[in-house]
Ligand binder design. Structure first.
Ligand SMILES: [Zn+2]
Length: 424
């Protein structure tokens, strides 16, 4: 903790750093450990700044009760500070452990100064808006400039009785359509068994990651002027050629090609809007949002191993396009309607397609409303999330099956049971 004599430029007179986890100390106080739990196995990619933050709190902190919404009452003296600290990761599912840091107190401070300090001060200085799921708990939501209000966006009825404000994305709604229990377990409780994803999903993710990085680079450079990568993280040597072929297909359709230098290009742009009618924050994660001569363009890029589908059902095949249509038509993205559009880029090994969707076209708008309303209606009204797998969804593919009270048991005692809901 840092106490200041007077308020600093940020208006603060005290800074508290805290770390959460199981805390242990040797009887003589010379050694402290902080154990950080993760859901299933040890989280192996915990960032160094986070480990150093926990280690330095363990090295320099005092154990206290932290009353909610009030200043922490500190003891008169620091007591015995340790000479050595350890940060240990523990997986609560399989009992695995890993020592993430084992440092003397001076080293903990050095690591903190080198890797964490600047991140913390830039977080304290941050003034930008970054809307997302956290908006549901924000008291300033109703007046927030970063979260426009779009009444009736989901076209769902208001809750019958008071319930907590919720957020929803198209991925949430699709998980709900697969099965309400799957939605609740994987998207709300974040329970997933970490099964390895199939090649197509990993390939898609690797291609996306490369494109996002390229499109974020300054100065903006069209992808055809950049050499193909020699490897892509997460892909094996056998999986690489197909991914590279897709990137090659993208080169001819790169949105940066021919785009003026003063246009804004925002890869992985998150949009959040508030639908006061249902008291829901709707979140759309767009692959890319860019400006083009006064217009706004939302670009979604998909990798596909199957042949291109029929064009007319695009907003149904990809419901996030339907949501993008509604958001753009509501005016929340700004931009000149005559120049604004939504683009769908589909990349295959042996070809690519770029489709344009006009969000102001009456038929498209109508279809999009229909898609979102249909997806959201059940979700908005549901309070119990009873397991009810869709006809085309196979429960054995569900990453939350282990936790699902309605799934077939390991002994295989018969068909799916759909008894009762999952407690909220
Ligand atoms: Zn590109």
């Amino acid at each position: 903790m840092t106490r200041l004599r007077a308020q600093d430029g940020r208006g603060a007179d005290r800074y508290e750093r805290t770390a959460w986890g199981r805390q242990y100390a040797s009887a003589d106080g010379s050694l402290r450990e902080i154990w950080i739990p993760s859901m299933d196995s040890v989280k192996r990619d915990r960032p160094l700044p986070e480990i150093a933050a926990a280690a330095y709190v363990a090295a320099s902190g005092v154990p206290v009760d932290m009353p909610y919404g009030e200043r922490t009452q500190l003891p008169d003296s620091d007591g015995v500070l340790p000479q050595r600290v350890r940060v240990v990761g523990v997986g609560l599912g399989d009992g695995s452990t890993q020592v993430l840091a084992d440092w003397d107190a001076a080293e903990a401070k050095r690591q903190f100064d080198a890797h964490t300090k600047e991140l913390m001060s830039s977080a304290a200085d941050g003034r930008e808006f970054r809307p997302g799921q956290d908006c549901i708990r924000c008291e300033a939501l109703s007046g927030c400039q970063a979260v426009p209000r779009v009444p009736g966006l989901l076209d769902a009825s208001a809750p019958l009785r008071p319930r907590k404000r919720r957020s929803v994305s198209v991925s949430d709604l699709r998980a709900y359509r697969d099965c309400p229990a799957r939605y609740y377990l994987t998207r709300v409780l974040k329970l997933r068994d970490g099964r390895t994803e199939n090649t197509a999903i990993r390939r898609g993710r690797a291609v996306d990651a490369w494109l996002n990085e390229r499109h974020a680079a300054k100065p903006a450079t069209p992808c055809r002027r950049v050499p193909l990568p020699e490897y892509l993280p997460g892909l094996s040597a056998e999986e690489l050629p197909a991914a590279l072929a897709m990137i090659r297909q993208h080169r001819g359709r790169c949105p940066l090609d021919g785009l003026a230098v003063d246009e804004t290009v925002e890869p992985q742009r998150r949009l959040a809007v508030y639908d006061p009618q249902t008291d829901v924050v709707v979140i759309a994660d767009c692959d890319l949002v860019y400006t083009d001569r006064g217009g706004r363009v939302v670009r979604e890029t998909k990798t596909a191993s199957h042949p291109f589908g029929e064009r007319r059902e695009l907003v149904r095949t990809y419901p996030q396009l339907a949501l993008a249509v509604l958001l753009m038509a509501s005016g929340t993205l700004g931009g000149d309607p005559r120049r604004s559009r939504i683009e769908l880029e589909v990349l295959r090994k042996d070809g690519a397609r770029l489709e344009e969707i006009d969000p102001f076209d009456a038929v498209t708008l109508d279809q999009s409303r229909h898609v979102i309303t249909e997806l959201a209606a059940g979700w908005a009204a549901d309070e119990t999330y009873i397991a009810a797998p869709a006809r085309d969804f196979d429960c054995t593919d569900c990453e939350a099956r282990r936790w699902c009270p309605s799934a077939r048991t390991a002994r295989g005692d018969g068909a799916l049971r759909t008894l009762g809901g999952i407690p909220r």
